[in-house]
Design a protein around this ligand. Structure first.
Ligand SMILES: [Zn+2]
Length: 197
Protein backbone atom coordinates (compact mmCIF):
# COMPACT_ATOMS: atom_id res chain seq x y z
CA UNK A 1 0.00 0.00 0.00
CA UNK A 2 1.47 3.26 -1.15
CA UNK A 3 0.33 5.56 1.68
CA UNK A 4 1.36 3.09 4.38
CA UNK A 5 4.76 2.51 2.81
CA UNK A 6 5.31 6.23 2.57
CA UNK A 7 4.50 6.71 6.26
CA UNK A 8 6.85 3.86 7.21
CA UNK A 9 9.67 5.41 5.18
CA UNK A 10 9.02 8.81 6.84
CA UNK A 11 9.12 7.31 10.34
CA UNK A 12 12.38 5.57 9.42
CA UNK A 13 14.01 8.96 8.99
CA UNK A 14 13.63 9.59 12.72
CA UNK A 15 16.86 8.94 14.64
CA UNK A 16 17.00 5.54 16.29
CA UNK A 17 13.92 4.19 14.50
CA UNK A 18 14.49 0.91 12.70
CA UNK A 19 12.28 -0.74 10.04
CA UNK A 20 10.23 -2.82 12.53
CA UNK A 21 9.60 0.13 14.79
CA UNK A 22 8.65 2.37 11.84
CA UNK A 23 6.17 -0.26 10.77
CA UNK A 24 4.68 -0.44 14.26
CA UNK A 25 4.29 3.35 14.35
CA UNK A 26 2.56 3.33 10.96
CA UNK A 27 0.16 0.51 11.94
CA UNK A 28 -0.59 2.36 15.16
CA UNK A 29 -1.46 5.45 13.10
CA UNK A 30 -3.86 3.41 10.95
CA UNK A 31 -5.62 2.15 14.08
CA UNK A 32 -5.52 5.44 16.03
CA UNK A 33 -8.59 7.62 16.51
CA UNK A 34 -9.06 10.48 14.05
CA UNK A 35 -8.55 13.08 16.81
CA UNK A 36 -5.27 11.57 17.90
CA UNK A 37 -3.84 11.76 14.40
CA UNK A 38 -5.04 15.37 14.07
CA UNK A 39 -3.31 16.22 17.39
CA UNK A 40 -0.08 14.71 16.10
CA UNK A 41 -0.25 16.60 12.81
CA UNK A 42 -0.95 19.83 14.69
CA UNK A 43 1.91 19.23 17.16
CA UNK A 44 4.33 18.58 14.30
CA UNK A 45 3.28 21.80 12.56
CA UNK A 46 3.46 23.84 15.78
CA UNK A 47 6.96 22.60 16.65
CA UNK A 48 8.18 23.33 13.16
CA UNK A 49 6.78 26.86 13.02
CA UNK A 50 7.20 27.98 16.66
CA UNK A 51 10.39 26.42 17.99
CA UNK A 52 13.42 28.52 17.08
CA UNK A 53 16.83 29.10 18.61
CA UNK A 54 17.49 31.34 21.61
CA UNK A 55 19.26 34.49 20.44
CA UNK A 56 21.71 34.26 23.33
CA UNK A 57 22.55 30.61 23.98
CA UNK A 58 21.17 28.69 20.95
CA UNK A 59 18.94 26.52 23.09
CA UNK A 60 15.46 25.88 21.70
CA UNK A 61 13.06 28.74 22.35
CA UNK A 62 9.59 29.86 21.31
CA UNK A 63 10.47 33.52 21.75
CA UNK A 64 13.62 35.60 21.29
CA UNK A 65 15.26 34.11 24.35
CA UNK A 66 14.89 30.72 26.00
CA UNK A 67 13.42 30.23 29.49
CA UNK A 68 16.91 30.10 31.06
CA UNK A 69 18.24 33.27 29.42
CA UNK A 70 15.05 35.21 30.16
CA UNK A 71 15.31 34.31 33.87
CA UNK A 72 17.02 37.30 35.54
CA UNK A 73 17.88 35.19 38.60
CA UNK A 74 20.35 33.04 36.61
CA UNK A 75 24.04 33.62 37.27
CA UNK A 76 25.58 35.05 34.09
CA UNK A 77 29.11 34.66 35.41
CA UNK A 78 29.03 30.92 34.59
CA UNK A 79 28.37 29.50 31.13
CA UNK A 80 27.94 25.76 30.71
CA UNK A 81 28.82 24.63 27.18
CA UNK A 82 26.88 21.62 25.88
CA UNK A 83 26.53 19.89 22.53
CA UNK A 84 22.74 19.66 22.25
CA UNK A 85 19.57 21.32 23.58
CA UNK A 86 18.62 17.97 25.18
CA UNK A 87 21.75 18.34 27.35
CA UNK A 88 20.38 21.63 28.71
CA UNK A 89 17.15 19.85 29.64
CA UNK A 90 19.13 17.04 31.32
CA UNK A 91 21.25 19.46 33.38
CA UNK A 92 18.19 21.56 34.28
CA UNK A 93 16.56 18.43 35.71
CA UNK A 94 19.42 18.07 38.20
CA UNK A 95 18.46 21.47 39.71
CA UNK A 96 22.12 21.97 40.64
CA UNK A 97 23.18 24.57 38.08
CA UNK A 98 22.21 28.23 38.39
CA UNK A 99 24.29 29.62 35.52
CA UNK A 100 23.47 29.95 31.83
CA UNK A 101 24.26 27.75 28.82
CA UNK A 102 25.73 27.77 25.36
CA UNK A 103 24.53 25.07 22.95
CA UNK A 104 27.09 24.21 20.26
CA UNK A 105 24.75 21.96 18.24
CA UNK A 106 27.35 19.25 17.84
CA UNK A 107 31.08 18.79 18.21
CA UNK A 108 33.83 19.12 15.62
CA UNK A 109 34.28 15.76 13.92
CA UNK A 110 36.59 15.36 10.91
CA UNK A 111 35.23 11.83 10.29
CA UNK A 112 31.65 13.07 10.11
CA UNK A 113 32.60 16.25 8.29
CA UNK A 114 31.54 18.57 11.12
CA UNK A 115 33.76 21.63 10.79
CA UNK A 116 34.12 24.49 13.32
CA UNK A 117 31.88 26.58 11.04
CA UNK A 118 29.08 24.00 11.21
CA UNK A 119 28.51 24.47 14.95
CA UNK A 120 27.88 27.53 17.13
CA UNK A 121 31.55 27.97 17.97
CA UNK A 122 32.09 31.48 16.67
CA UNK A 123 28.94 32.49 18.53
CA UNK A 124 30.45 31.15 21.77
CA UNK A 125 33.79 32.80 21.12
CA UNK A 126 32.08 36.16 20.39
CA UNK A 127 29.92 35.80 23.49
CA UNK A 128 32.91 35.07 25.74
CA UNK A 129 34.94 37.93 24.28
CA UNK A 130 32.03 40.34 24.70
CA UNK A 131 31.39 39.37 28.32
CA UNK A 132 33.45 42.31 29.65
CA UNK A 133 34.71 40.65 32.82
CA UNK A 134 31.28 39.38 33.88
CA UNK A 135 32.18 35.83 32.91
CA UNK A 136 34.10 33.97 35.62
CA UNK A 137 33.84 30.36 34.55
CA UNK A 138 33.18 28.27 31.47
CA UNK A 139 32.09 24.71 32.24
CA UNK A 140 32.65 22.34 29.33
CA UNK A 141 29.96 19.68 29.43
CA UNK A 142 30.46 18.15 25.98
CA UNK A 143 29.95 14.39 25.69
CA UNK A 144 32.59 12.09 27.23
CA UNK A 145 33.51 10.60 23.83
CA UNK A 146 36.41 11.26 21.43
CA UNK A 147 34.72 14.28 19.77
CA UNK A 148 33.54 15.76 23.07
CA UNK A 149 37.02 15.42 24.58
CA UNK A 150 38.67 16.98 21.52
CA UNK A 151 36.10 19.78 21.70
CA UNK A 152 36.98 20.43 25.36
CA UNK A 153 40.69 20.74 24.52
CA UNK A 154 39.93 22.95 21.49
CA UNK A 155 37.71 25.29 23.54
CA UNK A 156 40.29 25.55 26.31
CA UNK A 157 42.97 26.57 23.81
CA UNK A 158 40.66 28.99 22.06
CA UNK A 159 39.14 30.73 25.06
CA UNK A 160 41.45 30.46 28.08
CA UNK A 161 42.75 33.98 27.39
CA UNK A 162 39.29 35.46 27.80
CA UNK A 163 37.87 33.70 30.87
CA UNK A 164 39.51 33.24 34.30
CA UNK A 165 38.49 29.60 34.73
CA UNK A 166 37.62 26.77 32.32
CA UNK A 167 36.43 23.53 33.89
CA UNK A 168 35.40 20.15 32.53
CA UNK A 169 32.59 18.09 34.09
CA UNK A 170 33.82 15.12 36.12
CA UNK A 171 33.39 11.52 35.04
CA UNK A 172 31.80 9.60 37.83
CA UNK A 173 30.57 6.19 38.74
CA UNK A 174 26.79 5.79 38.51
CA UNK A 175 25.00 5.99 41.85
CA UNK A 176 23.63 2.68 43.04
CA UNK A 177 25.96 0.83 40.68
CA UNK A 178 28.58 -1.81 41.43
CA UNK A 179 32.23 -0.89 40.94
CA UNK A 180 33.05 -4.30 39.47
CA UNK A 181 30.44 -3.84 36.71
CA UNK A 182 32.01 -0.63 35.37
CA UNK A 183 34.12 -0.66 32.24
CA UNK A 184 37.78 0.11 32.86
CA UNK A 185 37.70 3.46 31.04
CA UNK A 186 34.87 4.87 33.19
CA UNK A 187 36.45 3.50 36.36
CA UNK A 188 39.86 4.85 35.35
CA UNK A 189 38.43 8.34 34.78
CA UNK A 190 36.49 8.16 38.07
CA UNK A 191 39.72 7.40 39.91
CA UNK A 192 41.59 10.22 38.18
CA UNK A 193 38.80 12.65 38.95
CA UNK A 194 38.54 11.70 42.63
CA UNK A 195 37.72 14.46 45.13
CA UNK A 196 38.64 15.00 48.78
CA UNK A 197 35.85 14.17 51.21
ZN1 LIG B 1 19.01 30.93 25.95
Amino acid sequence: MKSLDKLISLFRRFPGVGPKQAERFAIYTVKAAEGEVEDLVEALRAVKSLVKYCAECWNYSEGGRCSVCSDTARDRSIICVVEHPQDVAAIEKTKTFAGVYHVLHGAISPTEGITPGAIKLKELSDRVKASNGILKELIIATNPDAEGEAMAIYLTRLLSKYVPKITRIAYGVPLGGDIDYLDEITLGYALKGRVKI
